[in-house]
Design a protein around this ligand. Structure first.
Ligand SMILES: NC(=O)c1ccc[n+]([C@@H]2O[C@H](COP(=O)([O-])OP(=O)(O)OC[C@H]3O[C@@H](n4cnc5c(N)ncnc54)[C@H](O)[C@@H]3O)[C@@H](O)[C@H]2O)c1
Length: 258
């Protein structure tokens, strides 16, 4: 393995590690030598993911919307493994009404979903950065964004389906991108890098009409697979990106160029 991408000796905390994307990211980091702390609220899925990965993966059940749980998580990681070198936020907290059409979203749903997402990413970044600030080598923070954090949704791809892009999502992902730039600017002097990894739509057995419409607008003619994000997370976590901070790395098969 090239030294540039070697994560041996690094400790990575991955929130939402049991999810569609998070599970793939955990696998990539572990394969490149990191000790991975897989954080989620779904213990069955988390255990299944951890067992499927060839490498060191430790599962922690933590609700990243709870300040006390997040604080205890990072204290335990430092106590047990000695450092927090990488934080990847790939959790996707949302309430049961999330995903409704624009007209049906109530003020309370808007508020709740925005708070669940932005608060949890803020909390984990704040607690991880406090530890990284005390480390000579700093650390790397990677927040999952989306193509819809820097671009308006294309509603044509949902035509003829029940699907939509929720209005909260655009506010959340736009916020994550600029919040991450803030972190990069503020924490740079401590050797802490902060970047966004923005996937395009990931195939997850969605309505076939949507999939066809989405793929026909994508230069590489297909939706993303979770494995398409592996290289990007290893790159942003490792020394190969050591002079890169505050950036939004878009992995979308070319969707955003059109
Ligand atoms: N799937 C896509 O097409 C896509 C595209 C672009 C961006 N993204 C972004 O990628 C990230 C991951 O998305 P995904 O598709 O893997 O989602 P997912 O729903 O498959 O996984 C999210 C994981 O987060 C966990 N989680 C939810 N609330 C939590 C909490 N409070 N504390 C701890 N864990 C919690 C869930 O249990 C789940 O395992 C999100 O930020 C999402 O917005 C996804």
């Amino acid at each position: 393995m090239s030294g540039l991408f070697d994560l041996s000796g690094k400790v990575a905390v991955v929130t939402g590690g049991a999810g569609l994307i998070g599970s793939s990211l955990c696998g990539a980091l572990a394969t490149h030598g990191a000790t991975v702390v897989l954080v989620d609220i779904d213990s069955e899925a988390a255990t299944e993911v951890a067992n499927s990965i060839d490498g060191t993966v430790v599962v922690k059940m933590v609700d990243i919307n709870s300040e006390s749980e997040v604080e205890a998580l990072f204290e335990e990681v430092v106590e047990r493994f000695g450092s927090v070198d990488i934080l990847v936020n790939s959790a996707y907290p949302r309430n049961q009404n999330y995903g409704q059409q624009y007209e049906d979203v109530s003020l309370s749903d808007w508020q709740e979903n925005i708070l669940l997402n932005l608060n949890s990413y803020y909390l984990t970044c704040k607690k991880a950065a406090a530890i990284m600030q005390g480390q000579e080598h700093g650390g790397s923070i990677i927040n999952l964004g989306s193509i819809y954090g820097s671009q308006a949704p294309d509603f044509d791809v949902y035509a003829g389906t029940e699907m939509t892009s929720p209005v909260e999502y655009s506010a959340i992902k736009g916020g994550i991108i600029n919040f991450t730039r803030y972190l990069a600017s503020y924490l740079g002097e401590d050797g802490i890098r902060a970047n966004v990894l923005s996937p395009g739509g990931v195939f997850d057995d969605q309505d076939a009409t949507f999939v066809d419409q989405y793929e026909s607008k994508t230069p590489l003619s297909r939706m993303a697979e979770p494995a398409d994000l592996k290289g990007a997370v290893v790159f942003l976590s490792s020394d190969s990106s050591r002079y890169i901070t505050g950036q939004n790395l878009i992995v979308d098969g070319g969707w955003t160029i059109k």
